[in-house]
Design a binder for this molecule. Structure first.
Ligand code: UDP
Length: 361
């Protein structure tokens, strides 16, 4: 069988983590049927938002780094579209592989489909049904342009069916983030020293992350979320690894300060993040990935959003939507702290990445 070339587009933190699983599966295939070239758009680029993940998760070095970050959605996506097209014309891949729902995902899908290069989308079929979210626009377009759609859950398959995307092109493979977590959980337990560094006692603290545009771009919501977390911090330590977008939103306003009770730290690498997640008594987040990782770690979660794509977590009772309401965040956070959550397998068998690699080959 002749070797097929896959060009993979990554650019943002969650994509590095997802790509870690699939790139490893591709590299380990018997007979090496696939050659993978990684294109890093540059959307996230510094040490703690990008490089640490390549190092810790042994992700192959990008064949190309486009260095495109910042600017408006239109400008960023447009510049990526132009550069990805050039890379595709040069390498003529058999597949373009994209992950999730960022501007890098959208630019990759558009560039490849105009060149008639088949697109494979990992994490297909997720919907918040909120078209005001940039991620929702990106994922809807990416799914409709894709030739192979790797859905993590039954709900995702159903969402695609509702939009008329059916048949063999849709594969329910499970969630690659579950694969990555299984692979690195023990490594994190052995190697991460974050609990000692921050002097945290397991199961006595809350881990919080906030970075969705709907929260960071709306000062009233952001203030209210921080207020809710501050109220929780009167009882339990709250650790907040701060996303650059959230830090920028807070520093842009002179009347805005982090509440003193919060332990605000720089973003952490994946191994430290797993260690924080597994040892937290509660996770408060607006991140898609972190909602699932809370569930993997059997830690109760409150989601700082009005909706979620990962609805099975809500239905199972593992997670609850609290929006940006300070009183609700405090009440649900304190009530759920260290509570037990149901343990049902929702995200596959830990072999999503191998199934994806096999389908591409
Ligand atoms: N993450 C990390 N360090 C941090 C915060 C998050 O390694 O300081 C990881 C987290 O464990 C998860 C992924 O980043 O695997 C989630 O990415 P993010 O929250 O940026 O995006 P989303 O999942 O919402 O698309």
């Amino acid at each position: 069988m002749p070797q097929k070339t896959v060009v993979t587009i990554v650019g943002a933190r969650p994509q590095f983590i997802k790509a870690a699983a699939v790139s490893r599966a591709i590299a380990r295939m018997a007979g090496s049927p696939l050659r993978e070239l990684l294109v890093h758009t540059g959307q996230h680029h510094d040490e703690n938002m990008s490089e640490v993940f390549f190092r810790e998760l042994s992700i192959p070095a990008p064949a190309l780094n486009l260095g495109i970050a910042g600017g408006t959605h239109g400008r960023m996506t447009g510049r990526m579209l132009e550069e990805i097209e050039k890379a595709l014309v040069e390498h003529k891949p058999d597949w373009l592989l994209i992950y999730g729902d960022t501007n890098s995902t959208l630019a990759g899908a558009l560039a490849a489909s105009k060149l008639h290069i088949p697109v494979a989308h990992v994490e297909a079929g997720l919907r918040s049904f909120d078209r005001r979210m940039p991620e929702e626009v990106n994922r809807v377009v990416a799914d409709h342009l894709s030739t192979l759609l790797f859905a993590p859950t039954d709900v995702a398959v159903q969402n695609l069916r509702t939009e008329g995307i059916v048949g063999d092109k849709v594969r329910r493979v499970g969630d690659v983030m579950f694969d990555v977590m299984l692979f690195y959980r023990d490594v994190a337990a052995r190697q991460s020293t974050i609990l000692q560094r921050l002097e945290l006692v397991p199961k006595t603290f809350v881990l919080a992350t906030v970075h969705r545009a709907e929260n960071t771009d709306d000062p009233a919501r952001l203030r209210s979320i921080l207020g809710g977390l501050a109220a929780i911090s009167e009882k339990h330590t709250v650790v907040l690894p701060i996303h650059p977008r959230t830090r920028a939103a807070i520093s842009a306003r002179s009347d805005f300060k982090f509440p003193p009770g919060l332990r605000v730290i720089d973003p952490v690498g994946y191994l430290d993040m797993l260690s924080l997640e597994w040892n937290a008594g509660l996770i408060a987040t607006d991140s898609g990935g972190v909602q699932k990782e809370a569930f993997f770690a059997s830690v109760p979660c409150i989601t700082l959003r009005d909706n979620t794509e990962w609805v099975e977590l809500i239905h199972s009772g593992a997670n609850v939507l609290v929006g940006a309401d300070a009183a609700r965040i405090a009440a649900e956070g304190l009530r759920r702290f260290a509570s037990r959550i149901p343990e049902t397998p929702l995200y596959g068998d830990g072999h999503a990445a191998e199934q994806i690699a096999a389908a591409l080959a």
